[in-house]
Ligand binder design. Structure first.
Ligand SMILES: Cc1cc2nc3c(=O)[nH]c(=O)nc-3n(C[C@H](O)[C@H](O)[C@H](O)COP(=O)(O)OP(=O)(O)OC[C@H]3O[C@@H](n4cnc5c(N)ncnc54)[C@H](O)[C@@H]3O)c2cc1C
Length: 392
């Protein structure tokens, strides 16, 4: 049986970053990956360009993880977004920061990040299907083939299962009595159930506000957010929706406020022209709204106050019944996962099993869209590497 100091299950962003850091400390490490090649998800991040972090201060950064910010705080104290920049640049990867603060490799190719994380100083076993994990006399044993002092589960969440992250790690964690917060879609689009929005597919709106009840908080708190959205063939997406999707239940009502309204004009203008001038909404959307509200008025002098009110009510509080069914696999991240109460947030070691650790998306957190999720992978992985030494 081959013996290691540390075995990492999962060669994704967090697993490889940890392996690289351990290798630099000369710690004998094995990474086990079930797919034929490592980091399939990392390679599709940021449209293949890899938005690996962003240029925000740590305290602001942490506001983008909802209720998990307290848990992630110590990891960010160990390894901040600035540390990420320095870490990659020190190892020869040139980075660029866009106006929106997102940071990418200058070559705009996620492959450059993967190449940097791969290192012959640690062993990487691909296409390996684990049959059995046991703990005997302070050692973790995998299939009677590999043995280690420390075991790290870095198998990701459940989104994009074709990349390898299909939830296996939850079952490994259960072997050590960990509980799993039910995985739900995050960074996902909503399907709309009560309207056929295919006619307005592709229309995007700036600075729209959303509100809905978050049934996951005990107080049924209302979620508010303002950002841009886009109508898809079957629903809505865009930054506004992706960032709040983790708070939505599978089916519920959401309310959009377009933050515009119209007032009655005295001159003779077509109603749709009048709305367009006042709200800047695209004509296709205005015609859709007029049809939906069954308003046929053509000339402004004919518009009844009642119809003006009807339009304004819709622009202020447009109710959509949404569904997230089937979106767990399609979302860009997973909310839910290993119960954070069972993990020491300073070391990321299990409170239930000594020398067992978790990093990355398998943990019950998910960040907003735009570099937050990879940063959490780097920070949690680095925190573990800080805790593991030759003799630990
Ligand atoms: C389309 C898309 C775009 C994204 N873009 C960005 C972005 O630009 N910026 C950003 O910050 N975040 C982005 N994300 C999110 C980001 O990719 C994830 O947060 C990150 O990859 C999670 O890393 P991880 O190491 O925790 O898990 P993963 O990257 O999912 O890696 C887990 C690894 O474990 C392996 N594995 C699973 N089970 C087993 C097993 N039983 N045995 C062995 N190996 C196993 C998997 O095959 C996989 O290789 C994006 C996600 C998607 C889907």
């Amino acid at each position: 049986m081959e013996s290691y100091n540390t075995i990492i299950i999962g060669a994704g962003a967090s697993g490889l970053f940890l392996a690289k850091n351990l290798a630099e400390k000369n710690i004998k490490t094995l990474v086990i990956e079930k797919m034929e090649s490592p980091a399939k998800k990392l390679l599709i991040t940021g449209g293949g360009m890899c938005n690996l972090t962003r240029d925000n201060k740590t305290h602001e950064f942490l506001t983008h993880y909802g209720n998990s910010r307290g848990f992630l705080g110590p990891s960010f104290a160990n390894f901040s977004p600035q540390d990420t920049k320095n870490w990659f640049e020190k190892r020869g990867l040139k980075l660029i920061t866009r106006e929106d603060k997102k940071i990418f490799p200058k070559v705009k190719n996620a492959n450059a990040v993967l190449t940097l994380l791969l290192d012959s100083k640690y062993d990487l076993l691909t296409k390996y299907k684990i049959e059995k994990i046991e703990k005997q006399n302070n050692s973790f044993i995998i299939d009677n083939n590999y043995k280690s002092k420390n075991l790290i589960i870095a198998t990701g969440g459940m989104s994009y299962p074709s990349t390898g992250s299909s939830g296996d790690g939850y079952n490994y964690a259960k072997l050590f009595k960990h509980t799993i917060v039910e995985p739900r879609a995050a960074l996902a689009s909503f399907k709309i159930l009560n309207e056929d929005v295919s006619q307005i597919e592709g229309i995007s709106l700036k600075n729209v506000s959303i509100s809905f009840t978050n049934y996951f908080t005990k107080k049924n708190k209302t979620i508010y957010n303002t950002d841009d959205l886009i109508f898809t063939k079957i629903g809505i997406s865009g930054p506004l929706i992706l960032d709040v999707s983790k708070y939505a239940t599978s089916e519920q009502s959401i309310f959009l406020d377009t933050n515009t309204k119209i007032v009655k004009e005295e001159n003779n203008k077509q109603l749709s022209t009048s709305i367009k001038n006042q709200t800047q909404l695209p004509s296709r959307l205005i015609n859709y709204i007029l049809k939906k509200l069954e308003i046929n008025d053509d000339i402004s002098k004919n518009i009844s106050n009642k119809n003006i009110n009807k339009i304004n009510e819709l622009l202020k509080r447009w109710e959509f019944k949404i569904s997230l069914k089937g979106q767990l696999k399609k979302g860009m991240s997973t909310e839910g996962g290993i119960n954070l109460k069972e993990i020491n947030k300073k070391t990321l070691e299990s409170k239930l099993c000594e020398n067992l650790y978790f990093c990355g998306e398998i943990l019950d957190f998910s960040g907003d869209c735009g570099g937050y999720n990879l940063q959490a992978c780097w920070s949690t992985a680095f925190t573990i590497s800080k805790n593991i030494n030759q003799d630990s």
